[in-house]
Ligand binder design. Structure first.
Ligand code: CMC
Length: 427
């Protein structure tokens, strides 16, 4: 018998097993807590609760460490490609040359959408937020790909996973094209995953589109930085939706809906809007004061993280990438200077130091995406595109776990106790 956690309640002592992962804090296994004590735990926001066992991603928030299957995000973003990281997340190991070629070919061959899906777009207003379109169109995929929705069949699961990863760039690019009134551009399978996405987004049928290799590499790196992030809100949403046996397309649509919020994936859009609103470095102190004011709901967008209490390692890579992209595209964006000075001022302010608030992945990403030419409304869409691989990998891990159960949290009820119904004429 391993270590036990002792718990006294109502005059009785109880013991619960302590489980250890390969690294990171131990967990108390309280699955029998209710049966033994008649009590639940109370943990809104899951700040102390591990909802599952996972071998995909490890974060040490105090040390600013992020590992995918043991490999650091710094090494992956510097030396790998998004396709390689996708393979790694899905399969557990880095691919060999032939495996990577085979995987890339498979993904490439699934990039086209069922032609009838194009008519879905026409049902949206032209000014629809592309995340609204993403929720709708991705949810609708299950109506088109019946041959990969049997979640008990590993082959179906594999095909639907590949389809989701492959079709997401096409769906995202079409959402953009629809908003600017340009024709949809079909995938070109001679290009890389990211190059193909750039062409479908910025190319037009009337002209040849040349992929800029610096932009292609920077965007690929941004995709790597967003690929997975442990049990964050949208991933937990995908797992919860999937725990009922819902098909993967519906689960990923649920993840997209959750990601849209400004406290999660919507923060990259909100961060750039905030930097533009600040506009010049002389206004920064005013916004820092607002962020510190308890009576003002304003927060520094792109700052703070539930898990990272040191520095978000993704933000470091992102800051470096901003410089590369701005230099390569010869863009002199004054907003970058505002961002650098805002970061500097906040990191020297006691409020941000005490609360351990640092720039997160979203703080700098908007500046790069904007320099590449994406409108702010597309930022969260790009996050969704990249996170799809993480969602799919986590969903697969959950379905293959023999201990998997439907997710069903309990509650601390504070409403009225049982009372008699009063007929309408007596109220
Ligand atoms: N600006 C000012 N104060 C902040 C900020 C901020 N960005 N973030 C947290 N605080 C304060 C907050 O007011 C609270 O103060 P107090 O203890 O006095 O009440 C304290 O810091 C702890 O904040 P919290 O909201 O309890 O922390 P949380 O772990 O629940 O929230 C967060 C984490 C990311 C939602 C939050 O930091 C935030 O809203 N940040 C801005 C939005 C953002 O950038 N989100 C992107 C997250 S990274 C990418 C992703 O996951 O999608």
């Amino acid at each position: 018998m391993g270590n036990q956690a002792k718990f006294s309640a109502g005059g009785n002592d109880h013991e619960f097993p302590i489980l250890s992962g390969s690294v990171g804090p131990d967990v108390v296994d309280i699955r029998k807590l209710y049966a033994q004590t008649g009590m639940f735990t109370y943990d809104p926001g899951f700040t102390s609760t591990a909802s599952c066992e996972s071998a995909l991603t490890y974060i040490d928030g105090d040390e600013g460490v992020l590992l995918h299957r043991g490999y650091s995000i710094e090494q992956l973003s510097e030396e790998s490609s998004f396709m390689e990281v996708s393979y790694l997340l899905l399969n557990g190991e880095l691919p060999g040359k032939a495996e990577l070629e085979d995987f890339s070919r498979t993904i490439t061959r699934h990039t086209m959408l069922h032609e009838q899906l194009a008519t879905f777009y026409r049902g949206f207003r032209r000014d629809a937020h592309p995340m609204a379109i993403m929720c709708g169109v991705v949810g609708a995929l299950s109506a088109f790909y019946h041959d990969s929705t049997d979640i008990s069949d590993p082959v179906h699961r594999k095909i639907s996973s590949h389809r989701l990863i492959a079709k997401m760039p096409t769906i995202a690019a079409m959402a953009y094209k629809y908003s600017v009134g340009q024709p949809f551009v079909y995938p070109d399978n001679s290009l890389s995953y990211t190059g193909n996405f750039l062409r479908m987004t910025f190319g037009v049928p009337a002209e040849k589109y040349e992929v800029n290799p610096v932009v292609e590499q920077a965007l690929d790196r941004i995709f790597i930085l967003h690929a997975d992030h442990e049990q964050n809100a949208s991933t937990s949403t995908v797992r919860l939706a999937g725990s009922s046996g819902a098909n993967p397309f519906a689960c990923i649509a649920a993840g997209i809906a959750c990601l849209w919020g400004p406290a999660h994936g919507g923060a990259n859009e909100a961060a750039l809007n905030m930097l533009k609103e600040i506009g010049t470095p002389d206004k920064i102190p005013h916004y820092i004061d607002r962020a510190k004011d308890k009576n003002d709901p304003f927060r520094l967008m792109g700052f703070g993280h539930r898990v990272y209490k040191n520095y978000d390692p993704r933000a470091t890579v992102m800051q470096k990438t901003v410089r590369e992209v701005l230099t390569a595209l010869k863009v002199n964006d004054p907003i970058f200077e505002v961002a650098l000075q805002l970061e500097d001022m906040a990191l020297n302010d006691p409020y941000f130091i005490e609360k351990k608030l640092f720039p997160n992945v979203d703080f700098y990403s908007g500046i790069i995406l904007s320099a590449i030419g994406f409108p702010t409304t597309m930022f969260t869409v790009l996050f969704a595109l990249a996170r799809t691989v993480g969602w799919v990998a986590q969903w697969n891990e959950m379905i293959s776990d023999p201990g998997q159960k439907i997710g069903r949290p309990r509650q601390l009820y504070t409403g009225p106790t049982a009372r008699d119904y009063i007929p309408l004429d007596k109220r």
